[in-house]
Design a protein around this ligand. Structure first.
Ligand code: CTP
Ligand code: CA
Length: 224
């Protein structure tokens, strides 16, 4: 019975979760961003806190808020800020989940003034942002590290590839196959893949239910 209780719990565990999009400024009023709502990351944080964890939730711009004694919400804007916040906490957590939709590129420079309209076209030079999850994989000690993957082709192969390349323990493949899954919505269809290539596909569910499924998969593995 004791084993069962322990198995379902995250008490005495510290957890880091990234959520939401990042915004990369172009000028004082414009940015590059994406449609991530942050919901999946926030649901993962709430579930972890309900299971007894102390959660550091590092989120890009989102309209969501949360009040739970187990959750410390750290708000950031850019990929660079998210990187810095992550590395403030990463070394002290037992589990880290990267659910943020981090921009892969940012404008090479930020215009000090609002860019004026002129000519028929406009080019903006972009440079790569830091891959936050890759850096977590490189610096991993005993953390159980979980990433997300959003793929539109060769889904499983690409996800497994990311898992290996970023030195993850598991990856959650967000399936775009079904209507209602993925960005923006309230539902999601996921496949959980661990580093031993064990693959578990789930039905379309609410993001809150998906968060519970993801935590069961993780908890089984960290207690096993
Ligand atoms: N990620 C990150 N930092 C980045 C880019 C991605 O931490 N600069 C994380 C995401 O949070 C996610 C995982 O890496 O957990 C995979 O993100 P995804 O966009 O699917 O893959 P990329 O590695 O960025 O590759 P690509 O977009 O080319 O498929
Ligand atoms: Ca990407």
């Amino acid at each position: 019975q004791k084993h069962l209780a322990e198995g379902l719990s995250l008490s005495n565990k510290k957890v880091l979760i990234t959520a939401g999009p990042t915004h990369e400024a172009i000028d004082p009023v414009r940015f590059l961003g994406n449609r991530s709502s942050g919901t999946m990351g926030f649901e993962l944080a709430k579930r972890a806190a309900d299971l007894g964890a102390q959660v550091f939730l590092i989120s890009g711009p989102t309209s969501l808020s949360v009040s739970h004694y187990g959750i410390e919400l750290i708000r950031v804007t850019t990929a660079e800020e998210m990187y810095n916040a992550v590395h403030k906490y990463y070394s002290e957590v037992e589990v880290a989940i990267s659910a943020a939709a981090v921009a892969d590129y940012r404008p090479k420079s930020i215009s000090e003034q609002k860019i004026k309209k002129k000519g028929e076209g406009l080019q903006i030079d972009l440079v790569r942002t830091k891959d936050i999850l890759l850096s977590m994989g490189e610096q991993k000690k005993n953390q159980y590290l979980v990433g997300f993957a959003l793929e539109t082709e060769n889904e499983e192969a690409n996800a497994k590839n990311k898992l290996q390349r970023k030195n993850l323990d598991a990856i959650v493949l967000n399936s775009l196959q079904d209507k209602g899954a993925g960005f923006g919505g309230t539902t999601n269809k996921i496949t959980f893949i661990d580093k031993n290539s064990k693959v578990k596909a789930f039905e379309l569910k609410t993001k809150s239910e998906v968060a519970a499924d993801i935590w069961s998969e993780i908890i089984t593995r960290i207690h096993g």
